[in-house]
Design a protein around this ligand. Structure first.
Ligand SMILES: NC(=O)c1ccc[n+]([C@@H]2O[C@H](COP(=O)([O-])OP(=O)(O)OC[C@H]3O[C@@H](n4cnc5c(N)ncnc54)[C@H](OP(=O)(O)O)[C@@H]3O)[C@@H](O)[C@H]2O)c1
Length: 352
C-alpha cells in the first residue's frame, strides 16, 4: 500500500530501470519538473544497494543531479513509497514487476512492450488519444498501468493520426533507420554497427504494425475498437546515435493535394489541455520544406526532442503519397512520452 502523501510541493516519483538509457533520460528530463520530483531509483539485483553515481554509467549531456548521486538503488523486490513510477525496465522483468507495483497501488507509466496491448491498458499519445485514459479505473488493481508506444511506432502514429482522421487511411508501409540508442546500453556491439546497417530488429516490425491500430482506435462501451487499415513495417538499425528516421508511403481514402496533406500535418494540434502541459511541444508535427530534411544530426534535438519532424512530402507511384518522419527515440519515443502521459493523467485527475 502506498502511504498517503503529507506536505509536498511536487509529487515524488520512482524511476524503474534508472541506470538504463531510458531511465537516465527520465532522471535528466525530470530534474526541474514542475509536478514530479525523482525520489526513488530501481535497478537490477546486480546494482541493488549501490549509490546511483557508482552503479550508473551516466550518458546524459548534463551531470547527474547532485541530490541523486548518493541515493541507494533498490530492486523490484523492495517496496516503494512514491505514488508514481516511471518504468524504463528491461522487458524481461517489466511485465511482472509493473503488475506488482500497480497491484500495490502505484500509478505505473511504462515504456516497455509487455502491457501495451492489454485490453484495459491505455496505449497513449496525449495529442491523439488522451480519451483512452478512461480505461484506467477499469483495471482490477489498486493502482494502474499506462503505456506509451514503441519508439518507432510513436512517430509513425503521430504522422498518420491527422491523415487518418481527415482523409482516412487504407494502407501504409514504413521503413525505419533506427538509432543505436534505441537498443539501450551497451546495445549493438560497435563492430556490428560501425560502417554498417543491420536489416533486422527483433519484434520491432510486429509492434509497428499493431500498436498504431490501437492508438487510433475508438473507445466504445469501455473497450477499444482498433482502427482498420493495412500496415507493413521494415525495421533497420543504422550507425546514428539518437533519432529514428522513417520512410513512409501511404494510401488514403481521399485525394488531397500535397499542400493540403502538408497543411494537415503541420496544423495538427492535440486537445487544449494537452497543449498546455509542461512537456508538450508547441506543435506536435513540424513539416520541413528543405529537400534534404529532416536529418537526425540536424533536427532531432530541436525543441527539446518532443517534435515529430516530417519532410520530403511527395507523390508515391504505388500508394499515392510518401514522406520522411523523424523523432527522438529516447525523448518523444520513450522518457519524454511517458512524462507527457503522466502530465495528462495528472491534469485529468487520474494522479493526485
Ligand atoms: N532505448 C529506447 O530508445 C527505448 C525506446 C522506447 C522504449 N524502450 C523500452 O524501455 C525499456 C528500457 O530500455 P533501455 O533502452 O533503457 O534499456 P537498457 O539501457 O538496457 O536499461 C535497462 C534497465 O533495466 C534494468 N534491469 C534489467 N534487469 C533488471 C531486473 N531483473 N530488475 C530490475 N531492473 C532490471 C537495468 O538495470 P541494471 O543497469 O542494473 O542492469 C537498466 O536500468 C525497454 O523495455 C525498452 O524496450 C526503449
Amino acid at each position: 500500500m502506498v502511504p498517503e502523501r503529507t506536505v509536498s510541493t511536487r509529487i515524488p516519483v520512482g524511476v524503474l530501470g534508472a541506470t538504463g538509457t531510458v531511465g537516465q533520460k527520465f532522471v535528466h528530463l525530470l530534474r526541474d519538473h514542475p509536478l514530479f520530483e525523482v525520489a526513488e531509483l530501481v535497478a537490477s539485483p546486480r546494482n541493488g544497494g549501490k549509490p546511483y553515481a557508482k552503479a550508473c554509467r551516466w550518458h546524459e549531456p548534463e551531470p547527474m543531479p547532485d541530490h541523486l548521486r548518493d541515493v541507494r538503488l533498490t530492486t523490484v523486490e523492495d517496496k516503494l513509497s512514491s505514488p508514481v513510477l516511471f518504468s524504463g525496465l528491461d522487458s524481461s522483468i517489466a511485465g511482472e514487476a509493473e503488475e506488482a507495483y500497480a497491484d500495490a497501488g502505484h500509478a505505473v507509466i511504462s515504456n516497455s512492450k509487455n502491457h501495451r496491448m492489454d485490453p484495459d491498458v491505455p496505449l497513449v499519445i496525449p495529442e491523439i488519444n488522451a480519451d483512452h485514459l478512461s480505461l484506467l479505473p477499469s483495471q482490477d488493481r489498486r493502482g494502474w498501468i499506462m503505456t506509451n508506444p514503441n519508439c518507432s511506432t510513436m512517430f509513425l502514429a503521430i504522422a498518420i493520426a491527422p491523415l487518418y482522421r481527415r482523409f482516412g487511411v487504407e494502407s501504409c508501409t514504413a521503413t525505419t533507420l533506427q538509432a543505436v540508442s534505441g537498443a539501450g546500453y551497451p546495445g549493438v556491439p560497435s563492430m556490428d554497427i560501425l560502417g554498417n546497417v543491420v536489416p533486422y530488429i527483433s519484434g520491432e516490425e510486429e509492434k509497428m504494425e499493431r500498436e498504431a491500430l490501437k492508438i487510433l482506435g475508438t473507445l466504445r462501451d469501455g473497450s477499444i475498437q482498433e482502427a482498420v487499415f493495412e500496415a507493413s513495417a521494415t525495421c533497420t538499425r543504422v550507425p546514428v546515435f539518437d533519432g529514428h528516421l522513417e520512410s513512409v508511403s501511404i494510401r488514403l481514402h481521399a485525394e488531397p493535394s500535397l499542400d493540403e496533406l502538408a497543411a494537415c500535418l503541420n496544423d495538427f494540434r492535440g486537445p487544449a489541455d494537452v497543449a498546455t502541459l509542461p512537456s508538450a511541444p508547441e506543435q506536435p508535427i513540424r513539416v520541413l520544406s528543405e529537400p534534404d530534411r529532416p536529418q537526425p544530426a540536424k533536427d532531432v534535438t530541436r525543441e527539446g526532442g518532443m517534435v515529430t519532424w516530417v519532410g520530403r512530402i511527395r507523390p508515391c507511384p504505388v500508394l499515392g503519397y510518401r514522406f520522411m518522419v523523424l523523432g527522438h527515440n529516447t525523448i518523444r519515443g520513450a522518457a519524454g512520452a511517458a512524462i507527457l502521459n503522466a502530465e495528462i493523467a495528472h491534469a485529468r485527475g487520474y494522479i493526485e
